[in-house]
Every structure is written in structure tokens, then in C-alpha cells.
Ligand binder design. Structure first.
Ligand SMILES: C[S@@+](CC[C@H](N)C(=O)[O-])C[C@H]1O[C@@H](n2cnc3c(N)ncnc32)[C@H](O)[C@@H]1O
Length: 315
């Protein structure tokens, strides 16, 4: 389902329920089932047969929700957090720099909550394969269950394994390796072992601390990797606001416009201060749309260290 699309919702489908701009959840649609939340009761029977993307009303018309087709991008927003996860800015950057596309073979560790795994599976489908390794047994089992429920087993294989102690256990099969581990430098030798020898292999390590980057870069260099680079993806959200446009008089007088006051208050203040009569702009509805960065935009998540392994250095 995560790498194939269909038009209509059927009994047994996983549906992403969009409640509002910062709230979504998933339901497995089942005949006679229902979903209850502050917007009302939504019967699964009303969802079955609807087109993905439809808006449905609650049972008594109190509220509504949208029914969305699951995608890796939506899954990243609703996945139960069993660990820290990767978000789309990093995922898309990593996918591009690892040159991932259909048919590629990728190795990943640790699997964590499977946020990255879902996107990679969609990118390399239908002919590629993701081998993902997780040493925390319960996490590995939960991720395995999700891969089965999401019909990803032909693309993803998960193994419960400590890759730092035991390596990846594969030789010369991978186009790319992705590490999200506390000590990635200890996985560099087995990453090299796992990469193909007949073409350029690519590696990326995701680490929150610069000291981890330094140790990983040294290990990559020692093992013959080249073109070692580090990037940081920062996201900056913008908010759009409509603000009153200052009048010509205000602009000429250099008066500071108090945007917090509404139009009538500004009019009153201006008359009280003996300022010029209102301009036609102020009599009308003169407003301007502005955008500005949001103060609390999410910043650093981790550093991304990339390198390549040329065929000559692989053996
Ligand atoms: C931050 S999480 C990965 C999150 C994942 N990238 C995602 O987007 O959901 C790191 C994972 O690495 C696993 N891990 C740590 N050391 C490991 C090792 N030696 N072998 C395999 N997995 C390991 C941890 O159990 C944890 O689940």
C-alpha cells in the first residue's frame, strides 16, 4: 500500500485520518467499526467505498475528517515513536545523495521506529531491497509487524542483530549503507564489506554530535572511502500574516505604525495627536500580506556525513 496507490477505500485498508493541520491518526477500516474523537463518531461503513482524499461527516454531522491514502511522508507524521526518528527534510536529502531509486539495494541500521525504512522502501520499489538491522528485540518485532501489515515484505527484510558486534553479515551486495547508530565508526568496516565492488558505493551516517562526525570521518578515511562531506539540513517555516499598510502620511512623518492596534484605534490615536486627516488608504481596506520566519521552527536534528567507495578501493 505504501508504494502502490488505489482510488477507493476497501474493508481492511489502513487509512490516514486527517483531523486538523497538526493532528492525524491511522485506522484499519473494518465493517461495523467506528472511530470516536472530539469531532464526533465516524463509522467505518461510511468510509468503505469512498475515494481516498474524501471528506466525511461524523454520524450526527458534528464534525468532519479527511480520509487519506497512506504514504511514507504521512507515516513519518503518524508513526508511533519508539525512538527518535528521521523527518522528511533529512530523508529526502539522504535519498538524493545516496542516489536511491528503483532497483537499488540498501542496508540500514538501526531500524528504530521505521520512519526512514518506509520512505526508502517506496524509493527503491518495486525491484530494490532494503536490509534493515535492529538490535533491540521488541523494536525489531514491532517494525517487522508493521512491514508485514504495510505489504512491504517483498522490499524490506528486517533482522534482529547487533551490527556493531556482528557486522551486517553480507558481502558485496549493497549500493548504499545508511547508519543511524550511536557509534557509527565501529560499523564502517562491515559497511565496506557489504558494499558492491563493481560500482561506486555510497554511505551516510546520521549523528547528532560533531564528535561522532569526527570519529566517523576518520574511520571512513582509514577504510578507503573518499569524498567525505558533512551537511546539516535546517528547516525554516514561514507564517503568512495580513497587516495594515501604513498611510503615506505615516510613512512621510516616519511615524511608527502600531500594528497591534486595530484600524479604529489607530484612527483615534491619530486624531488625538493632531495628525493629518486620514488618507484614502486608511479609509479603505488597505492591507498587505507578509511572510516571516516562525521563531520556533525546528532546527538541528543531526549531521549527515556522506562518503563514497570507489570500486578500486572496495577490495
Ligand atoms: C535513532 S534510532 C533509528 C531511527 C530510525 N532511523 C527511524 O527513522 O525511525 C537508532 C536505533 O539503532 C538501534 N541500535 C543501536 N545500536 C545498535 C546496534 N549495535 N545494532 C543494531 N541496532 C542498533 C537502537 O536500538 C535504535 O532503535
Amino acid at each position: 500500500m505504501f508504494h502502490q496507490y488505489k482510488t477507493f477505500i476497501e474493508n481492511g485498508d489502513l487509512v490516514v485520518i486527517y483531523l486538523n493541520y497538526d493532528s492525524m491518526l491511522t485506522v484499519r477500516v473494518a465493517t461495523d467499526g467506528s472511530l470516536n474523537n472530539k469531532y464526533g463518531t465516524f463509522r467505518h461503513n461510511d468510509m468503505i467505498g469512498q475515494k481516498y482524499g474524501s471528506k466525511i461527516q461524523s454520524q450526527y454531522g458534528k464534525g468532519f475528517v479527511y480520509l487519506l491514502h497512506p504514504t511514507p511522508a504521512l507515516w513519518t507524521q503518524v508513526v508511533p515513536h519508539r525512538t527518535q526518528i528521521l523527518y522528511l527534510p533529512d530523508i529526502s536529502f539522504i535519498s538524493s545523495y545516496l542516489d536511491l531509486r528503483p532497483g537499488k539495494v540498501v542496508i540500514e541500521s538501526g531500524t528504530g521506529s521505521g520512519s526512514f525504512s518506509h520512505s526508502i522502501a517506496r524509493t527503491i520499489a518495486p525491484t530494490g531491497h532494503l536490509h534493515t538491522f535492529e538490535y533491540h528485540e521488541i523494536r525489531a518485532e514491532k517494525a517487522r509487524k508493521e512491514f508485514v501489515e504495510h505489504n512491504l515484505t517483498d522490499i524490506v527484510t528486517i533482522e534482529h542483530r547487533d551490527v556493531l558486534a556482528n557486522g551486517f553479515g553480507v558481502t558485496g551486495i549493497a549500493d548504499a549503507v545508511f547508519l543511524d547508530l550511536p557509534a557509527p565508526w565501529d560499523a564502517v568496516a562491515s559497511a565496506k564489506e557489504a558494499l558492491r565492488r563493481d560500482t561506486v558505493g555510497r554511505i551516510c551516517s546520521f549523528s547528532p554530535c560533531i564528535e561522532q562526525v569526527q570519529r566517523t570521518a576518520l574511520a571512513l578515511d582509514e577504510h578507503g572511502f573518499a569524498d567525505i562531506r558533512m551537511y546539516e539540513c535546517l528547516v525554516r517555516d514561514y507564517e503568512i500574516r495580513s497587516l495594515p499598510l501604513p498611510s503615506i502620511d505615516e510613512a512621510i512623518d516616519g511615524q511608527k505604525v502600531n500594528f497591534k492596534l486595530n484600524k479604529n484605534d489607530r484612527k483615534k490615536r491619530k486624531l488625538e495627536s493632531g495628525a493629518n486627516s486620514l488618507t484614502s488608504q486608511e479609509d479603505g481596506n488597505s492591507e498587505v500580506m507578509l511572510s516571516k520566519p516562525v521563531d520556533n521552527a525546528r532546527g538541528h536534528t543531526s549531521y549527515l556525513t556522506f562518503a563514497i567507495l570507489a570500486p578500486a578501493a572496495a577490495s
